[in-house]
Design a protein around this ligand. Structure first.
Ligand SMILES: [Zn+2]
Length: 58
């Protein structure tokens, strides 16, 4: 589980917008990229966020 403190400092690496925890993923409300959380560690990589974007378009 991600702590509130950590969540508050996490921003989308693509657009620097704060991300929100949505289920098991961190979602950027600005560019809609979704970042996975693995073993409690948020994977804040643009590449990872892009995967979610592509999944939804196809
Ligand atoms: Zn973003």
């Amino acid at each position: 589980m991600i702590s509130k403190e950590l969540l508050e400092i996490l921003v989308c690496p693509a657009c620097k917008t704060k991300v929100v925890l949505e289920g098991e993923r961190l979602v950027c409300s600005n560019c809609m990229r979704k970042y996975p959380v693995r073993n409690g560690i948020p994977i804040m990589l643009i590449e990872e966020g892009d995967k979610a974007l592509q999944d939804e378009k196809s």
